[in-house]
Design a protein around this ligand. Structure first.
Ligand SMILES: [Cu+2]
Length: 137
């Protein structure tokens, strides 16, 4: 009978997993340029961030949501997911980014509820990574 209990339990476990994508931990620098971001239902503020290229960056994300879970996903210019982290409800989450090459990145929440994604509701923004040295005028 034990044979039957174990597979049934596994089906229950996998059937209940909420997040469609596993967390992608960033390679974590211990320090970096600190950037503040606020998350709420359903927005990120500011929706545009700018950080210098080739510099470690720490994004402190304050999630004001008390009930609805949110996440932070950062995608590179090629659509590759660089980091994905669950956000702490009513708290701060530190997202540590290794130095990034200059370019235009997007961030968003990949959660959804009843088939409507938080991203479509407005939980997305742009991260501009600008060249560290500005050529003289
Ligand atoms: Cu969300």
């Amino acid at each position: 009978m034990k044979k039957w209990i174990v597979p049934g339990f596994l089906v229950l476990l996998t059937g209940c997993s909420g997040a469609p994508v596993k967390d992608v931990p960033a390679t974590a620098p211990s320090t970096g340029k600190l950037v503040e971001l606020k998350a709420d239902n359903y927005s990120f503020a500011p929706a545009r961030l700018s950080v210098p290229a080739d510099t470690p960056v720490v994004i402190r994300i304050h999630d004001a949501s008390k009930l609805i879970p949110h996440s932070f996903v950062l995608e590179g210019p090629g659509g590759k997911v660089i980091v994905r982290q669950e956000l702490a409800k009513s708290g701060d989450t530190m997202v540590r980014l290794a130095p990034l090459p200059a370019g235009s990145y997007v961030f968003y929440c990949d959660k959804s509820f009843l088939g409507s994604s938080h991203r479509a509701k407005g939980m997305e923004g742009k991260l501009e990574v600008t060249p560290a040295t500005v050529p003289p005028r």
